[in-house]
Structures are given as structure tokens and as C-alpha cells.
Design a protein around this ligand. Structure first.
Ligand SMILES: [Zn+2]
Length: 183
């Protein structure tokens, strides 16, 4: 005689496992799809919005720093604040750090970090000394790094992306900001 209770238990176990697998696969597909959609969105956004709102004062500040000597932490912060205010984005802290973070292999520098951005604290760090010779980083490199890190900030606070990746569109957005500041 077949034990109905036992059969029902097996049926329930099977359904649970099947449902769990189905839900998990469905979840993986959803995550993959949202990543693909996000990546495409980031890639397709080649210009920052509101660039027409950049004031003459902000542009003058940028041109002065771009053609000037070593930029200070206060000047970096003032410029970042001015750009953020013009674009209607909350300002973020800008700190200068020491030597560029780097990795070596066979005594040679293989990679280095010019700056970084932390989405949780919204803090930007700029490394002002070169990895090899500990010399002050060139002004234009510092400004380029500042715009790069600011664009990470804008990905979250202006474009409302849930993540900020180095897509082709991301680099185009940096160029669009640089050109608008020099216009
Ligand atoms: Zn980056």
C-alpha cells in the first residue's frame, strides 16, 4: 500500500526545490539584465545634463587653474563646489592625499591611482605626489583627476545611476564637462 503522506512530503520537497531553483535563476537573470541595461545607459549618456548652467565665474576659475601653477586643496574644493552648485548637485568633500597608490612588479610601477571617490561618504581624494619620484603631480593631471572623480559623484547624484563604471560614455561625460568649462 502506498503511503499518501510520504508521497505528499516528497511532492512538497520537490516543489520547494523546483521553486527555489526557478526563483534563483530568475533572480540571476534579473540582476544580469539590470546590469546590462545600466551599462548601456551609462554608455549612451555621453554628455552631462545642465552644462549650460555653468557660470562664467566657474569657467574663469577653471581656466585660471588650468593655465596656472600647482593647484591647492582649497582651490580644488572651491572649483568642485562651484561646479556642483551650478549643476544643482550636493557638494562633496575634496581631500589631498600623499603619494599616489601604486603597485610594483620587478621594481617597476605597473599601476597607480591618481584619485578616488567613495560613494558612501561622497569624498574625493586626490594624490598630489607622483608614485616614482614623489614630485608634485602636474596641474592639468590634478584637474583631470578632479573632473574624473566629480563625474563619479555626478553618476550617483545627477544621473541617479546605482553604480558608476568606467564606460565609454563615462569618459565622454568627463570630456563634455572639460569642454563646457573651457567654452
Ligand atoms: Zn574612476
Amino acid at each position: 500500500m502506498i503511503d499518501i503522506t510520504y508521497l505528499n512530503q516528497i511532492k512538497q520537497k520537490f516543489y520547494f526545490k523546483f521553486n527555489f531553483c526557478f526563483s534563483f535563476i530568475n533572480y540571476v537573470i534579473q540582476v544580469k539584465l539590470s546590469h546590462m541595461i545600466f551599462y548601456e545607459k551609462s554608455n549612451a549618456t555621453t554628455e552631462l545634463p545642465n552644462l549650460a548652467k555653468l557660470s562664467a565665474k566657474t569657467k574663469n576659475m577653471y581656466v585660471k587653474l588650468f593655465t596656472g601653477n600647482a593647484i591647492t586643496q582649497a582651490q580644488s574644493k572651491n572649483l568642485a563646489d562651484a561646479i556642483c552648485n551650478d549643476l544643482g548637485v550636493p557638494c562633496c568633500p575634496v581631500d589631498f592625499a600623499g603619494v599616489q597608490r601604486h603597485s610594483k612588479s620587478n621594481g617597476r610601477i605597473r599601476s597607480k591611482t591618481l584619485g578616488d571617490y567613495h560613494p558612501t561618504t561622497t569624498k574625493i581624494r586626490l594624490f598630489q605626489l607622483t608614485a616614482a619620484q614623489k614630485k608634485t603631480v602636474a596641474n592639468k593631471t590634478m584637474l583631470n583627476t578632479l573632473l574624473h572623480e566629480l563625474c563619479h559623484h555626478f553618476d550617483y547624484k545627477l544621473l541617479s545611476f546605482y553604480s558608476s563604471k568606467h564606460t565609454k560614455g563615462f569618459y565622454m561625460r568627463i570630456i563634455s564637462l572639460h569642454k563646457a568649462l573651457l567654452a
